[in-house]
Structure formats: C-alpha cells, structure tokens
Ligand binder design. Sequence first.
Ligand code: FES
Length: 120
Amino acid sequence: MAALAAVAAARRRVMVKIRYVDQDGSEHVVEAAPGISLMEAAVKNGVASIEGECGGACACATCHVYIPAEWQALTGAASEDEQMMLEFGIEVDERSRLGCQIAVTPAMDGMTVLTPRSQR
Ligand code: FES
C-alpha cells in the first residue's frame, strides 16, 4: 500500500501544467503526464476546442493549435507529414501545429497553447 502511494506521489510530482486558451479568452489549465501529446492532454481533460478526431494519426487537423513564439523552441519543428496536414487546416499561421504531434515534456510546465477560433 505504501509503495502504491509512493508511486502516485511520484506521478503527481512530474505532472506538467498546460494552459489552453480559446480565442474567446476562456482558459483550461490541465495536468498532463510527460509523453502524452498536447491533443491527448486536452481531450482527456475536456478542452472542447480540441477534438482529436483521428486519435493522433496526423489525419484530421482537428487538434490544430497555436504555439506562442516563446514556447516554440520546446516543441520543435513540424514534420513533413504534419506540414502537409496543416495545409488542410483553417486559420493556419506561423504558430500552427497539430497537438497530436507534440509530446509533453517536463520543460513545458506552464506552457500556453492557443486554439483557433474555428474550433469552438
Ligand atoms: Fe487528427 Fe491530430 S488528432 S491530426
């Protein structure tokens, strides 16, 4: 029993806070385990503006997010497949990424992710 409590405590320590902000200004701060995607963290925590319809297969673009410039170094660059899928997105700009293609890392603690107006 003590071992289970220790494992649970260790998991809580490594949870990463991600702040999702919709274009109407509403915010959802969620706790995400490192390794899951920004899409999974949003869907599991009820962020309605991110659907993740294809389950993370880079095939729907319903997980389109904007990564503010100050956080882009942590998310890396989009792959060729991701860039191709973003071409089908709406309101795509230089901050655009697919949330399913970005794995949460501990360094992202406190990161803000914006969602497009079209995904309300
Ligand atoms: Fe479908 Fe990201 S969940 S492209």
